[in-house]
Design a protein around this ligand. Structure first.
Ligand SMILES: Cc1ncc(COP(=O)(O)O)c(C=O)c1O
Length: 313
């Protein structure tokens, strides 16, 4: 299954017309950057809510700047293209939106080119929410260390960063765990392969700070606000030691794809009672209310998109 349309280089186009030549394979994606954005279906069934679209597009702009790709569109244009695409694809389910910026026309070139044209693609695909489904994860502290500022830029969504994530994720799964937790070069806790991490210890929420080699996560930023404002809890951003993971009362990963995913054991230590803890449980509910448009306090985080209701039969 694929959507009817993608947005590619300034136009909405039929999905099957959007091809590139096989000789473009290779260097084009080494310098690529991307975004991962979610749209959630509201309870009425005729309105999607894109979560923090503006913040994601601002991060795309920062990522492109860092890898020296020129952005030829305003964020308003990309925002309008995204909402148009959701409507054109007649989307009526929870959806993942992936803008991808990459160097175009790399055929026959090598990796150190400067000033290549940037291509920009926006693709949509279904992605159901797993909030409040009872899903849990087991985790392993990876033998791979998280990339650091002196090697690669961890805070932006640079596609090449994900080789590091992939190695850690594959190792964890082959060893029988669901996911990995990576330490940084200093041996402090950093994040998961595609998600940030928070732990709860004695009623305080602790999350590795931006300097710990994490992506500048938009979900993590939102959850810090929700934990403080909705659940009235104290949140601290600081360096986190490995031992703290093993002694925590609750641990969860967070991110656009991860949403809030409880981690119930780490390196075979049960986290708390080895089940979903009360704070994580409450956070899943509060976050779901925000994502689906039930909580009016956070309307500024949502871009509503009206999608036609299918004709009654
Ligand atoms: C490596 C990594 N860390 C953290 C996150 C969470 O970031 P965000 O909340 O902006 O999706 C992601 C993406 O989801 C990621 O790929």
């Amino acid at each position: 299954m694929h959507p009817d349309f993608v947005w590619w280089n300034g136009e909405r186009r039929p999905w099957d017309e959007c091809t590139i030549h096989v000789t473009e394979l290779g260097w084009s994606t080494v310098g690529a950057v991307f975004e991962g954005i979610r749209a959630y279906m509201g309870d009425s069934g005729d309105e999607l809510h894109i979560f923090r679209l503006q913040e994601h597009l601002e991060r795309l702009e920062r990522s492109m700047r860092l890898v020296r790709l020129r952005l030829d569109y305003s964020l308003d244009q990309i925002s309008a293209a995204t909402t148009d695409l959701l409507r054109a694809n007649e989307i009526r389910e929870d959806t993942y939106i992936r803008p991808l910026a990459y160097a175009a026309d790399t055929s026959g070139k090598r990796f150190a080119q400067i000033g290549l044209d940037a291509a920009l693609l926006i693709n949509t695909s279904p992605m159901a929410s797993h909030l409040k489904t009872g899903i849990t994860q087991t985790a392993k502290v990876s033998s791979w260390r998280r990339i650091s500022e002196d090697v690669m830029p961890p805070r932006v969504k640079n596609l090449s960063n994900y080789r590091n994530s992939q190695l850690a994720g594959m190792e964890a799964r082959l060893d029988g765990y669901d996911t990995a937790i990576l330490l940084n070069q200093q041996g402090k806790v950093s994040e998961g392969p595609g998600a940030c991490l928070m732990l709860i210890s004695r009623n305080q929420i602790v999350t590795p700070d931006i300097g710990s080699g994490i992506l500048e996560s938009i979900t993590r930023d939102a959850l810090i606000v929700v934990l403080r404002e909705v659940l009235g809890l104290e949140v601290v951003e600081r360096e986190v030691d490995r031992t703290e993971l093993y002694l925590a009362d609750e641990v969860f990963t967070c991110g656009t794809a991860a949403e809030v995913t409880p981690v119930v054991s780490i390196d075979k230590y049960d986290v708390g009672a080895g089940t979903i803890g009360p704070v994580t449980h409450a956070l899943e509910t509060a976050f779901d209310d925000i994502l689906r448009g039930r909580d009016a306090r956070y309307a500024h985080w949502r871009t509503p998109v009206q999608v036609a209701t299918p004709a009654a039969v």
